[in-house]
Ligand binder design. Structure first.
Ligand SMILES: [Zn+2]
Length: 292
């Protein structure tokens, strides 16, 4: 593999994390705040943290990337590729629930919609689709392999048909209240729905849990040391807000038929993200802004 390919992988990883603080190959020691470079550091020089976002960092030596530091943070337990049973369980529970309440809503799982050549709308296959009080709705159960450009394309295609979209992120199990690092697509949905994301896990049946990504902090411990010139140095004893690690703030569990409304949203570029949210129709919850 060429050097710039290895470099590119590291940049792509940074974009997914949402922090470029480790791209240069430097991290600091958590206790002494001394700088270390991945090319010359060893594991025993740690524990490390990222100067930019204050997440823990780990030293990685891989074949396909040059020696580097990587962010080490917990992620939400999304359903991995190949676990299609749980995806089906999510789609089916939601479809069954909505069919019972709106028997004339024509609810279906993975119904094909033919493309419309004149309007330039591709063919679609909504995960769950039907009508609530006359409004056409699609519920898209995010598969972890879906990329941001695909999410944008799908959102736009449904909007051209004036179908409101509800993106759901299915999890293997309950989301815990401990801080974690949302993935790029989770942050994208969070922006799309005005600061919340809708999670599903098996115990919820046909309900969803809206989650706002709240602030998480790291306490930087006090430390003092003598540097290479034998000058006294001190640092720490303060709290720093993490840039990419968030504390989940849970909203009340919502039924898709009661907690939401048909909402037209304008085009929008979220703060700290380079990805534009297209204009479109959303199935948006009724909750107050972040319910705080
Ligand atoms: Zn960072």
């Amino acid at each position: 593999m060429r050097f710039d390919e290895k470099e590119e992988k590291i940049v792509r990883q940074a974009e997914e994390v949402g922090c470029f603080g480790l791209v240069g190959g430097m991290a600091k020691n958590l206790r002494t705040h001394t700088k270390y470079y991945a090319s010359s550091a060893s594991k025993s020089d740690g524990p490390f943290y990222c100067e930019e976002c204050y997440s823990d960092a780990v030293l990685r030596r891989c074949i396909d990337k040059k020696d580097h530091f990587a962010h080490k943070t917990p992620l939400s337990p999304v359903i991995p590729k190949g676990e299609s049973d749980l995806h089906w369980q999510c789609k089916n529970s939601i479809c069954k629930y909505l069919s019972n309440i709106f028997p004339s809503g024509n609810w279906a799982v993975e119904r094909p919609i033919e493309k419309n050549k004149e309007k330039g709308i591709p063919d679609l296959r909504p995960d769950v689709s039907g009508r609530i009080n006359g409004y056409p709705i699609t519920i898209e159960v995010q598969a972890s392999s879906l990329t941001i450009p695909e999410i944008v394309k799908r959102t736009e295609a449904y909007s051209k048909r004036k179908i409101a979209i509800l993106w759901v992120v299915p999890l293997l199990g309950e989301l815990l209240s401990a801080p974690f690092r949302p993935r790029q697509y989770e942050r994208y949905f969070h922006s799309m729905y005005y600061g919340r994301i809708y999670y599903w896990w098996p115990d919820l049946g046909a309900k969803l849990v809206p989650v706002h990504y709240g602030v998480a902090k790291r306490h930087i411990e006090y430390s003092s040391w003598y540097d290479e010139n034998r000058d006294f140095q001190e640092a720490g004893d303060y709290d720093k807000v993490y840039k990419v690690i968030k504390t989940p703030i849970f909203g009340e569990k919502l039924n898709i038929d009661q907690g939401f409304y048909y909402h037209k949203r304008d085009k929008f570029i979220p703060e700290n993200e380079r990805k534009e949210i297209p204009a479109g129709f959303l199935w948006q919850d009724h909750l107050e802004k972040w319910w705080e």
